[in-house]
Design a protein around this ligand. Sequence first.
Ligand code: FES
Length: 177
Amino acid sequence: MSNAEAKNQTAGSTAITEATFARFAREVAKYPSEQKQSAVMACLSIVQQEQGWVSTASETVIADYLGMAQIAVHEVTTFYNMYNQQPTGKYKLNVCTNLPCQLRDGQKALHHLEKKLGVAMGETTPDGLFTLQQCECLGACADSPVMLVNDRTMCSFMDNDKLDQLVDGLRAAEGQA
Ligand code: FES
Protein backbone atom coordinates (compact mmCIF):
# COMPACT_ATOMS: atom_id res chain seq x y z
CA MET A 1 0.00 0.00 0.00
CA SER A 2 1.39 3.43 -0.97
CA ASN A 3 1.65 6.38 1.41
CA ALA A 4 -1.22 8.07 -0.39
CA GLU A 5 -3.42 4.98 0.01
CA ALA A 6 -2.52 4.69 3.69
CA LYS A 7 -3.22 8.37 4.31
CA ASN A 8 -6.53 8.08 2.50
CA GLN A 9 -7.60 5.12 4.59
CA THR A 10 -6.62 6.92 7.79
CA ALA A 11 -8.54 10.02 6.79
CA GLY A 12 -11.51 7.84 5.89
CA SER A 13 -13.45 10.74 4.46
CA THR A 14 -12.66 10.82 0.78
CA ALA A 15 -14.10 7.42 -0.07
CA ILE A 16 -11.40 6.77 -2.65
CA THR A 17 -11.23 3.02 -2.78
CA GLU A 18 -8.58 0.51 -3.75
CA ALA A 19 -10.44 0.10 -7.04
CA THR A 20 -10.13 3.84 -7.64
CA PHE A 21 -6.41 3.72 -6.92
CA ALA A 22 -6.15 0.87 -9.42
CA ARG A 23 -7.76 3.12 -12.02
CA PHE A 24 -5.30 5.91 -11.12
CA ALA A 25 -2.44 3.45 -11.59
CA ARG A 26 -3.64 2.54 -15.09
CA GLU A 27 -3.57 6.24 -16.05
CA VAL A 28 -0.16 6.84 -14.47
CA ALA A 29 1.23 3.86 -16.41
CA LYS A 30 0.61 5.74 -19.66
CA TYR A 31 3.41 8.20 -18.84
CA PRO A 32 7.13 7.94 -18.08
CA SER A 33 7.57 7.47 -14.32
CA GLU A 34 9.08 10.92 -13.86
CA GLN A 35 6.01 12.47 -15.53
CA LYS A 36 3.23 10.81 -13.57
CA GLN A 37 1.75 14.25 -12.82
CA SER A 38 0.53 14.19 -16.43
CA ALA A 39 -2.24 11.89 -15.20
CA VAL A 40 -3.77 14.58 -13.00
CA MET A 41 -6.70 15.36 -15.30
CA ALA A 42 -7.49 11.68 -15.74
CA CYS A 43 -7.41 11.10 -11.97
CA LEU A 44 -9.70 14.06 -11.37
CA SER A 45 -12.09 12.73 -14.02
CA ILE A 46 -12.13 9.31 -12.37
CA VAL A 47 -13.02 10.83 -9.00
CA GLN A 48 -15.73 12.94 -10.56
CA GLN A 49 -17.11 9.94 -12.42
CA GLU A 50 -17.32 7.96 -9.18
CA GLN A 51 -18.38 10.68 -6.75
CA GLY A 52 -20.04 13.29 -8.99
CA TRP A 53 -17.65 16.03 -7.86
CA VAL A 54 -14.11 16.69 -6.69
CA SER A 55 -13.69 17.62 -3.04
CA THR A 56 -10.57 19.25 -1.64
CA ALA A 57 -10.00 16.01 0.26
CA SER A 58 -9.94 14.13 -3.06
CA GLU A 59 -7.56 16.72 -4.49
CA THR A 60 -5.22 16.07 -1.57
CA VAL A 61 -5.30 12.33 -2.15
CA ILE A 62 -4.57 12.82 -5.85
CA ALA A 63 -1.78 15.29 -5.05
CA ASP A 64 -0.16 12.78 -2.69
CA TYR A 65 -0.58 9.98 -5.19
CA LEU A 66 1.03 11.94 -8.02
CA GLY A 67 3.66 13.68 -5.90
CA MET A 68 2.26 17.13 -6.54
CA ALA A 69 1.34 20.08 -4.34
CA GLN A 70 -2.36 20.12 -3.50
CA ILE A 71 -2.61 23.68 -4.83
CA ALA A 72 -1.33 22.49 -8.22
CA VAL A 73 -4.16 19.93 -8.38
CA HIS A 74 -6.62 22.59 -7.24
CA GLU A 75 -5.44 24.87 -10.06
CA VAL A 76 -6.42 22.17 -12.56
CA THR A 77 -9.80 21.58 -10.91
CA THR A 78 -10.62 25.27 -10.94
CA PHE A 79 -9.30 25.95 -14.44
CA TYR A 80 -11.56 23.47 -16.21
CA ASN A 81 -15.31 23.99 -16.08
CA MET A 82 -15.97 20.26 -16.36
CA TYR A 83 -14.74 19.57 -12.83
CA ASN A 84 -17.43 20.13 -10.24
CA GLN A 85 -16.17 21.65 -7.03
CA GLN A 86 -19.40 20.84 -5.27
CA PRO A 87 -22.18 18.33 -5.82
CA THR A 88 -24.38 19.22 -8.79
CA GLY A 89 -27.82 18.32 -10.00
CA LYS A 90 -28.40 15.39 -12.32
CA TYR A 91 -28.26 17.72 -15.32
CA LYS A 92 -25.56 20.37 -15.38
CA LEU A 93 -26.50 23.14 -17.80
CA ASN A 94 -23.62 25.39 -18.82
CA VAL A 95 -24.54 28.43 -20.88
CA CYS A 96 -21.76 30.28 -22.68
CA THR A 97 -21.69 33.94 -21.70
CA ASN A 98 -18.35 34.94 -23.23
CA LEU A 99 -18.35 38.15 -25.25
CA PRO A 100 -19.22 36.77 -28.72
CA CYS A 101 -22.16 34.90 -27.20
CA GLN A 102 -23.07 37.92 -25.06
CA LEU A 103 -23.54 39.80 -28.31
CA ARG A 104 -25.87 37.10 -29.58
CA ASP A 105 -28.25 36.45 -26.67
CA GLY A 106 -26.06 34.25 -24.47
CA GLN A 107 -26.94 36.25 -21.37
CA LYS A 108 -30.60 36.29 -22.38
CA ALA A 109 -30.53 32.49 -22.55
CA LEU A 110 -29.00 32.28 -19.09
CA HIS A 111 -31.65 34.62 -17.67
CA HIS A 112 -34.41 32.65 -19.34
CA LEU A 113 -33.16 29.47 -17.71
CA GLU A 114 -32.89 31.22 -14.34
CA LYS A 115 -36.56 32.16 -14.62
CA LYS A 116 -37.64 28.78 -15.98
CA LEU A 117 -35.80 26.80 -13.29
CA GLY A 118 -36.38 29.28 -10.46
CA VAL A 119 -32.70 29.36 -9.50
CA ALA A 120 -29.88 31.86 -9.94
CA MET A 121 -26.75 31.10 -11.92
CA GLY A 122 -24.57 28.70 -9.95
CA GLU A 123 -27.49 27.16 -8.05
CA THR A 124 -29.19 23.76 -8.14
CA THR A 125 -32.95 23.27 -8.25
CA PRO A 126 -34.44 22.01 -4.97
CA ASP A 127 -35.39 18.68 -6.62
CA GLY A 128 -31.70 18.11 -7.42
CA LEU A 129 -32.40 17.85 -11.13
CA PHE A 130 -30.68 20.91 -12.61
CA THR A 131 -27.57 22.94 -11.87
CA LEU A 132 -27.28 26.14 -13.88
CA GLN A 133 -23.87 27.60 -14.64
CA GLN A 134 -22.26 29.98 -17.07
CA CYS A 135 -19.14 28.92 -18.92
CA GLU A 136 -16.35 30.16 -21.12
CA CYS A 137 -16.22 29.92 -24.92
CA LEU A 138 -17.33 26.53 -26.20
CA GLY A 139 -15.79 27.10 -29.60
CA ALA A 140 -19.14 27.46 -31.33
CA CYS A 141 -19.66 31.22 -31.20
CA ALA A 142 -21.49 31.28 -34.54
CA ASP A 143 -24.18 29.01 -33.08
CA SER A 144 -24.98 31.26 -30.11
CA PRO A 145 -26.74 30.96 -27.77
CA VAL A 146 -24.92 27.71 -27.03
CA MET A 147 -24.83 25.47 -24.01
CA LEU A 148 -23.36 22.21 -22.82
CA VAL A 149 -25.38 19.58 -20.96
CA ASN A 150 -23.42 17.41 -18.53
CA ASP A 151 -20.10 18.42 -20.09
CA ARG A 152 -20.83 16.33 -23.16
CA THR A 153 -23.87 17.37 -25.18
CA MET A 154 -23.59 20.60 -27.10
CA CYS A 155 -26.83 22.47 -27.82
CA SER A 156 -26.82 25.25 -30.44
CA PHE A 157 -29.09 28.18 -31.32
CA MET A 158 -30.86 27.93 -27.96
CA ASP A 159 -33.65 30.47 -28.21
CA ASN A 160 -36.27 30.55 -25.47
CA ASP A 161 -38.49 27.94 -27.16
CA LYS A 162 -35.61 25.49 -27.50
CA LEU A 163 -34.55 26.10 -23.89
CA ASP A 164 -38.10 25.36 -22.75
CA GLN A 165 -38.18 22.19 -24.86
CA LEU A 166 -34.88 21.04 -23.40
CA VAL A 167 -35.89 21.56 -19.77
CA ASP A 168 -39.42 20.20 -20.27
CA GLY A 169 -38.02 17.17 -22.10
CA LEU A 170 -35.55 16.39 -19.35
CA ARG A 171 -38.24 16.85 -16.70
CA ALA A 172 -40.55 14.54 -18.64
CA ALA A 173 -37.80 11.95 -18.91
CA GLU A 174 -37.57 12.07 -15.11
CA GLY A 175 -41.34 11.71 -14.74
CA GLN A 176 -41.75 15.31 -13.66
CA ALA A 177 -43.69 16.71 -16.61
S1 FES B 1 -18.11 32.83 -26.99
FE1 FES B 1 -19.68 31.40 -26.71
S2 FES B 1 -19.10 29.72 -27.92
FE2 FES B 1 -17.54 31.16 -28.20
